[in-house]
Ligand binder design. Sequence first.
Ligand code: NAP
Length: 241
Amino acid sequence: MQIEGAIALVTGANRGIGLALVQALAEGGARHIYGTARNPESFPPGELPPPAQFSALRLDLSDGESIEDVAALANDVTLLINNAGSLSGGALLAAPPEAIRGEMATNCFGLIEVTRLFAPVIARNGGGVILNMLSVSSLASAPDLGIYATSKAAAWAATQAMRTSLAADNIRVLSAFPGPVDTDMSSELEVRKASPGSVAEALIAGIEREDPEIFPDDMARQAEAVWRSDPAMLIRQFSVL
Ligand SMILES: NC(=O)c1ccc[n+]([C@@H]2O[C@H](COP(=O)([O-])OP(=O)(O)OC[C@H]3O[C@@H](n4cnc5c(N)ncnc54)[C@H](OP(=O)(O)O)[C@@H]3O)[C@@H](O)[C@H]2O)c1
């Protein structure tokens, strides 16, 4: 898909990777970018594309009506980036059930609901691309990221189901598997992290090539090499992190 001239919507676009994606899409010549946030006033004013190229909209993944409103308003979209997500650190079985439900609601059910409402929009516009922001944790779980990894693995399974069912509407469903990226989400992780800007650039290049799986940073590409040759080895490697 060509970014130049595309009309894109990015969820969770007020900070982190989402904001970097908005900036990279603008630089790539997207005709218009809708950025969504739970609080549209939280967008940093000096870091956004000009108003003719960018609109801020309110979308909360836990509020179905807000998703319906955005799908009705942004009815010219051909590129949807399901970027919004949350990370509750912690081992799966030590977590209170509400923490697991909350993470599943944001990272999996919210992503499915946005896609359910936007797929007909993109189909009516002649087809396009949906990119789901997953994680290397979708492919293998580190013990202390059990809640997050469960939700992201479910989102990966959902991505595969969407891919099959939306192909007939000329919609390609891509998936991104970043390693650690330097944003608020990973602030407590003491590991080497990629910059949001470099990750956004790699994601845009992957969208243009329509790579079904995009590994946008060095750590992700190392994980990709293991996953492609021996997925069980990646699970063993992550289990001792
Ligand atoms: N950072 C990493 O190391 C890393 C690695 C792999 C994958 N990822 C994935 O990349 C995506 C972006 O992460 P990030 O690092 O940029 O995180 P971030 O800086 O924490 O930003 C998360 C974004 O998601 C939004 N969000 C969270 N819950 C939401 C909800 N219920 N409804 C609507 N929006 C919601 C946040 O909005 P508010 O400002 O309103 O909270 C914020 O805009 C996520 O899907 C994440 O899982 C990140």
